[in-house]
Design a protein around this ligand. Structure first.
Ligand code: URA
Length: 258
């Protein structure tokens, strides 16, 4: 029997049990760290009693959980598309005090987490949601969701170099999967190209460009699957439409079981 549920009969497998910390954070009120601190601060009651143990099991059907004496709202999924500018980090808090993407989402009243990250010096489409299942489906390398970037390379790249990007280049963590690559234009000393990857390794686009002896001077994410930034101004966000959400779900069908 889970701790903190004295005397309650428990039919294994028939009741959704979660830790109190998870129940609070999943309700959309805040991160897991915040949930723990609120529980420690005595702001949470389970069945009328203040409960300061974030690891206490809670029965989602039988137990009544109150936060600041109010029942938890039924959690709805929230999907946010942010046009991230450069200079913002994709984490909740930065020990160095740099701006974070959450500074741009102050008016989103539900806690949403980024679906993958963009570097400090990358701009473009950042999806944030509290739908952990969709997040897992998009970020799981087996689901091969295409992500498209616009790159300004620090030199003119030859057709052979673009072909190398298509075929795959060898990075320190292994060869890259085949990619779609289009030359957008050459201007002065630079090549602008679009690259679509079906994986999302750490600083992958930058490292692929470096493997050719160049540097990505500018990197903008344009698309995740069918989702596009469209006319959204930089630094702004908008909710996804129901159609966009269902399209993303369709494109990220659970990877086959092996
Ligand atoms: N690839 C990178 O190198 N950086 C990003 O931010 C995203 C993809």
């Amino acid at each position: 029997m889970p701790p903190g549920q004295p005397g309650r009969p428990q039919a294994p497998g028939t009741r959704p049990l979660k830790t109190l910390e998870r129940v609070i954070s999943k309700s959309g009120l805040g991160s897991r760290t915040e949930a723990r601190s609120w529980i420690h601060a005595g702001r949470v009651r389970v069945n009328g009693r203040v409960t300061e143990n974030p690891d206490q099991w809670v029965d989602l059907v039988l137990d009544v959980v109150l936060f600041d004496d109010r029942p938890l709202a039924k959690r709805e999924h929230v999907y946010v598309l942010l046009y991230k500018p450069t200079g913002y980090i994709t984490t909740y808090k930065d020990p160095e005090g740099r701006p974070t993407v959450y500074d741009l989402l102050a008016d989103v009243d539900t806690f949403v987490a980024p679906v993958g990250r963009l570097d400090l010096d990358t701009s473009g489409l950042l999806l944030l949601t509290n739908d952990t299942q969709l997040t897992e489906r998009i970020t799981n390398p087996d689901s091969h969701v295409p992500k498209t970037y616009l790159v300004k390379a620090s030199m003119r790249l030859s057709d052979e170099q673009l072909q190398q990007l298509r075929d795959g280049v060898l990075l320190s963590d292994g060869p890259t999967r085949p990619a779609e690559v289009t030359r957008v234009r050459d201007s002065g000393k630079y090549t602008h190209l679009e690259i679509t990857l079906t994986e999302g390794r750490y600083r992958q686009v930058r490292r692929m460009i470096e493997a050719l002896g160049a540097v990505a001077l500018k990197l903008v994410r344009l698309r995740i699957g069918s989702l596009r930034i469209g006319a959204l101004p930089i630094g702004h966000w908008r909710p996804l439409t129901a159609r966009e959400v269902s399209q993303l779900r369709g494109e990220t069908a659970a990877p086959p079981q092996r």
